[in-house]
Design a protein around this ligand. Structure first.
Ligand code: 13P
Length: 250
């Protein structure tokens, strides 16, 4: 049985004092869950969040990183920098980074490798645009993105990765994929992983759904056969709302 992983992606929101307050409020609300709870926060909130989440079941992640260890890359943060302060997870290849910051399948692959080398667990995002969906290309796009992101990894490494299937048209729009649609896309990703890495890996890898997940639709999504939890944007900014998503099975 795969575990359920519920991760919040705060994007560019919350100052350190707000992060501390949020985690203090969330802690008692999620302390009894059997689901894995992750908050991916802005760089400036990482240290405060790690300190506040110490001795809780809340894990902290970053939202991006560079693939190089160090060097003349003004403004960038390296995987070992994240690891050195205790960060455990990092989102890689979010569609907003692909769209606004020229992230490519190639850079995603380099970042995934660098994250794993440094002991960080990547949450790798894939997803199709509305145009691609309407042209009937969803499966082709998301399976290709997955294969390219994981290229050159060993079976053991792939087992350590989380994939987040986030249809771009469902992000921040209030439009959610139907649970059947989301499950079908996630199954296609799992089948692709099975073809490349075998059944054992494809059955153990965690694949989340993301895109307008809320307390009112999460139960339907997370109880589908292949959906192993969610990557939550807007609804992760409110502790009570996010706790309801974490506790969807209570
Ligand atoms: P929303 O939940 O706000 O649609 O964002 C989803 C997302 O991009 C999470 O990474």
């Amino acid at each position: 049985m795969r575990r359920k992983v519920i991760a919040g992606n705060w994007k560019m929101n919350k100052l350190p004092n707000e992060a501390i307050q949020f985690i203090e409020e969330l802690t008692p609300l999620v302390k009894d869950t059997e689901n894995e709870v992750i908050l991916c926060v802005p760089y400036t909130d990482l240290f405060y969040s790690l300190l506040t989440a110490q001795s809780t079941n809340i894990k902290i992640g970053a939202q991006n990183m560079h693939f190089e260890e160090k060097g003349a890359y003004t403004g960038e943060v390296s995987p070992n920098m994240l690891k050195s302060i205790g960060v455990q997870y990092v989102i890689i290849g979010h569609s907003e980074r692909r769209q606004y910051f020229n992230e490519t399948d190639e850079s995603v692959n380099k970042k995934v490798k660098a994250a794993l080398t440094n002991g960080l667990k990547p949450i790798v995002c894939v997803g199709e645009t509305l145009e691609e969906r309407e042209a009937g290309k969803t499966e082709e796009i998301i399976t290709t993105q997955t294969a390219l992101a994981l290229e050159g990894l060993t079976n053991e490494q792939v087992k350590d990765i989380i994939i987040a299937y986030e249809p771009i048209w469902a992000i921040g729009t209030g439009k959610t994929a139907t649970s059947e649609d989301a499950n079908c896309s996630i199954k296609a990703i799992r089948n692709k992983i099975c073809q490349i890495y075998g059944q054992n890996v494809s059955e153990s890898i965690i694949i989340q759904y993301g895109g307008s997940v809320k307390s009112t639709n999460c139960q339907e999504l997370f109880t589908m056969s292949d959906i192993d939890g969610g990557l939550v944007g807007g609804a992760s900014l409110d502790a009570e709302e996010f706790s309801k998503i974490v506790n969807y099975n209570k």
